[in-house]
Design a protein around this ligand. Sequence first.
Ligand code: HEC
Length: 142
Amino acid sequence: MRLPLFFLMASLTACGSASAPDTARADAGNLTSAKAAPVKSAAPAKGQPPLAFVQCGTCHQTKPGQNGIGPSLAGVYGAKAGHVGDFAYSAPMRASGLIWDEATLDKFITNPRAQVPGTRMSYAGLRDEGQRAEIIAYLKTL
Ligand code: HEC
């Protein structure tokens, strides 16, 4: 009994990360397959996150002060890039000078690295315009 347990713990430690919960990491790794799924955008109930936001939720919380792998998205709409004071943003994000409105968010979510080269947001981008619009509409409510 001792040996298998040891192996299990050893492999968990080996895969573990100092900065991120293992589950969040695993989910983030699945983004490509989640994106490929033919998700039809159904209008979410008021205040509810749209289905596509699940992808963002692996790294972002929506309550103020709750940072994950990414900063809390509370109050992000209309704010300046790097709006969470105690989050360790990348230098390019801090220096971008962007204000998060519909245009800048749409461009960023489409391809984060194209808009902010060197960003730490390791997310490939969301090609579906309708899903981006739903996410941005939701961000406005946070
Ligand atoms: C793999 C983790 C991850 C995923 C998935 C992710 N983000 Fe991020 N996000 C980050 C990180 C890390 C940063 C900080 C980037 C930097 O400092 O360069 C960030 C930054 C941001 C910012 C800028 C915040 C600010 O305070 O200026 C916005 C807006 C944002 N993300 C929105 C989204 C949206 C919307 C999605 C889903 C479509 C998403 N993110 C998916 C990790 C992620």
